[in-house]
Design a protein around this ligand. Structure first.
Ligand SMILES: Nc1ncnc2c1ncn2[C@@H]1O[C@H](COP(=O)(O)OP(=O)(O)OP(=O)(O)O)[C@@H](O)[C@H]1O
Length: 259
């Protein structure tokens, strides 16, 4: 099953934030959406997840997502994270995962004191490297671990699509590497789309990249193709024409957002 976005448009009171964006994503690849501030990356994800109204098409397999309410889109297996982790700080890692898994359970069983750990939760803990933190209150997890908990929460919900908004913002180098490796594992049999500003992270872990600029697709391809694209260099550096393959390797640093 693939996610296929075609001619997606989002307007805010006449302002075109996304003006006809198309891209697709498949299991087995780590798909990146990049672009300068205000390019429309988050708005694309908001539209796909039903948070913002969009026109055009966003199909998961045969199912059209646009026009459906947020909870239906979640139930169809489309999950997302936000830049700021939205976990319950006072609850343990296990309790957070229990709540995430709640839609599979009868209310009575949610109220029972837990004696064991569901297989799906166990798998998510293993996959995200949080197995040793079962009883840790989410509030005292490291920044990276909180993001991994959010991803684990999507995994126990059996998300087929994970849309991740700047998952490594604020992470240490080790946490970035661990996150990239986690995304590669998760993407083996799920659709993973990453909105990211960290170009070093993109270079290391992206399989395919779409560059957005002013609500439109500027370029698409493998990391090396996108980096070498003069249009991309112009947007980020204002140096179209001066672009050479050697210069292309220097592009990523200025792409990094400092906020
Ligand atoms: N609710 C809204 N109402 C009006 N304008 C909005 C709204 N949400 C986003 N925008 C505008 O739409 C454009 C795209 O914003 P968006 O957040 O999608 O960009 P982005 O590429 O994710 O940027 P960043 O990297 O800064 O997060 C921006 O000009 C933004 O100001």
């Amino acid at each position: 099953m693939s996610l296929v976005v075609t001619d997606l448009r989002v307007e805010f009171s006449g302002f075109v934030a996304v003006g006809g964006v198309s891209f697709d994503a498949h299991p087995g690849e780590v798909r990146f959406l990049i672009g300068p501030n205000g390019a429309g990356k988050t708005t694309c994800i908001d539209a796909i997840t039903g948070l913002t109204k969009g026109t055009g098409s966003a199909r998961l397999g045969e199912t059209e997502l646009l026009g459906r309410p947020v909870h239906t889109i979640v139930r169809l297996g489309v999950g997302r994270t936000f830049q700021t982790a939205s976990v319950f700080d006072e609850l343990s890692v296990l309790q957070n995962l229990d709540i995430a898994a709640g839609r599979h359970r009868r209310p009575a069983s949610l109220l029972r004191t837990r004696t064991g750990v569901d297989a799906s939760i166990e798998r998510a803990l293993e996959e995200t490297g949080l197995a040793g933190e079962l009883a840790t209150p989410a509030g005292i997890l490291s920044h990276g671990q909180k993001q991994w908990l959010e991803i684990a929460m999507l995994l126990v919900q059996d998300a087929k699509v994970l849309l991740l908004d700047e998952p490594v913002a604020g992470m240490s180098q080790d946490e970035r590497t661990a996150t990239g490796e986690l995304l590669q594992r998760v993407a083996a049999n799920r659709i993973v789309v990453v909105v990211e500003h960290d170009m070093d992270f993109m270079r290391r872990f992206a399989t395919r990249v779409t560059v957005l600029h002013q609500g439109a697709v500027l370029a698409e391809g493998a990391v090396s193709e996108v980096q070498a694209d003069p249009k991309v260099q112009e947007v980020y550096l204002g140096t179209a024409g001066a672009a050479t393959t050697a210069a292309a390797s220097a592009v990523p640093e200025p792409l990094r957002k400092e906020d």
